[in-house]
Ligand binder design. Structure first.
Ligand SMILES: Cc1cc2nc3c(=O)[nH]c(=O)nc-3n(C[C@H](O)[C@H](O)[C@H](O)COP(=O)(O)O)c2cc1C
Length: 344
């Protein structure tokens, strides 16, 4: 099938990144409604993988942050993803950081963002997920939850529990996001004592929700790439202690070595795309050594090609997710990765 993204990309890259995002998703929605996407986009071959009791039709998912509010679920699903992670959503709606807050670094195939969890609040998102055809037809929608910027970090657990309760019935799995660099102090939750206390609260809430709904929903934890082997050691132990079902590695990085001399290279926020690939793969390898297949790993960070997807699986991932690669390579990357993983 003809890949029109290389033709569209120069025009999209001439727009402000957040505007390009809005325009692209708006056009995708229209194309989906007119039935064009399934005709013009290569659909990956079926390659089911069962992880945490969920059968994913293929191992390539959408990473959190691209559709924070669940506004484009049916269009994104038509691109061939095996699963979609929606969010990050917080208990209350919030505007996020002032614009501009997203920057392209094309020389490095990277993106820096400091969106700051701009979202319409968890209830609005859940409503949209439930209205989507994809969800109604059994498509896999994970919901990624975080804390409001105005909630003091000491009270973070209550925000996660509130959001967990709101998404529980709807989500196929729930991701506890403690790794965004754009909410003040959020990443402090990756410290041993704070993480223990957060996971204890979340675990307790999940137990009571499991009883209420008679279903135990899988909980995933999403971590940063800026961690060392000692951090990974206690995180792995806590995952096992609190029965966390899978780990998503990784979020964006605060490191800037790879891009500091480039335009926008010193903007505050999290760096994604090719410059985070190695760090993210390194974290997957460390996790894999510690967890020895006990807790599945979802690999994300800098997957720009089918080869990068294979590398994440070789490092120990069971599933992968894409974000920045879609901006640089377009939707064809989804089937390229899925096809490579099927035959590898
Ligand atoms: C603009 C932007 C917004 C993001 N927002 C979120 C978010 O809300 N929650 C989250 O868990 N990750 C978020 N991420 C991180 C991605 O999900 C992913 O972990 C990271 O970008 C690394 O993958 P990539 O190199 O394929 O982009 C965001 C990334 C970008 C580029």
């Amino acid at each position: 099938m003809i890949d029109s993204y290389p033709l569209l990309r120069p025009w999209l890259f001439s727009l402000d990144p957040e505007e390009a995002h809005r325009v692209t998703l708006g056009n995708l929605d229209r194309a989906q409604r007119w039935g064009l996407l399934r005709c013009f986009i290569d659909q990956p071959a079926s390659d089911p993988r069962t992880i945490c009791g969920i059968t994913f039709p293929n191992p390539v998912g959408l990473a959190a942050g691209l559709d924070k509010d669940g506004q484009h679920i049916d269009a994104l699903a038509s691109l061939g993803f095996g699963f979609l992670e929606i969010g990050t959503v917080t208990p209350k709606p919030q505007a996020g950081n002032p614009k501009p807050r997203m920057f392209r670094l094309p020389e490095a195939q990277g993106i820096i963002n400091r969106m700051g969890f701009n979202n319409d609040g968890v209830d609005a998102c859940v409503k949209r997920v439930r209205q989507s055809e994809f969800w109604q037809n059994g498509g896999i929608v994970g919901l990624n939850i975080g804390k409001n910027a105005t909630t003091p970090i000491e009270d973070a657990a209550s925000d996660y529990v509130t959001a967990l309760e709101a998404v529980y019935e709807t989500a196929a799995y729930i991701t506890i996001n403690i790794s965004s660099p754009n909410t003040q102090n959020l990443r402090a939750l990756q410290g041993e004592e704070m993480l223990r206390s957060l996971l204890a609260s979340v675990d307790l809430a999940r137990k009571s929700l499991s009883d209420r709904y008679s279903v135990r929903k899988p909980l995933f934890l999403k971590i940063a790439p800026d961690l060392d082997s000692q951090d990974i050691g206690f995180i792995a132990d806590l995952l096992l202690e609190f029965g966390i079902d899978a780990i998503i590695a990784t979020n964006t990085t605060i490191a800037r070595e790879a891009v500091q001399n480039l335009p926008f290279g010193n903007e505050a926020g999290g760096l994604s795309g090719a410059p985070v690939r190695q760090a993210s793969t390194h974290i997957i390898k460390l996790l894999n050594e510690r967890l020895a297949n006990e807790v599945p790993i979802i690999g994300v960070g800098g997957i720009m090609s089918a080869q990068d997807a294979k590398e994440k699986m070789a490092a120990g991932a069971s599933l992968i997710q894409l974000y920045s690669g879609l901006i640089y390579r377009g939707p064809k990357l989804i089937s390229q990765c899925a096809d490579a993983l099927k035959t590898s």
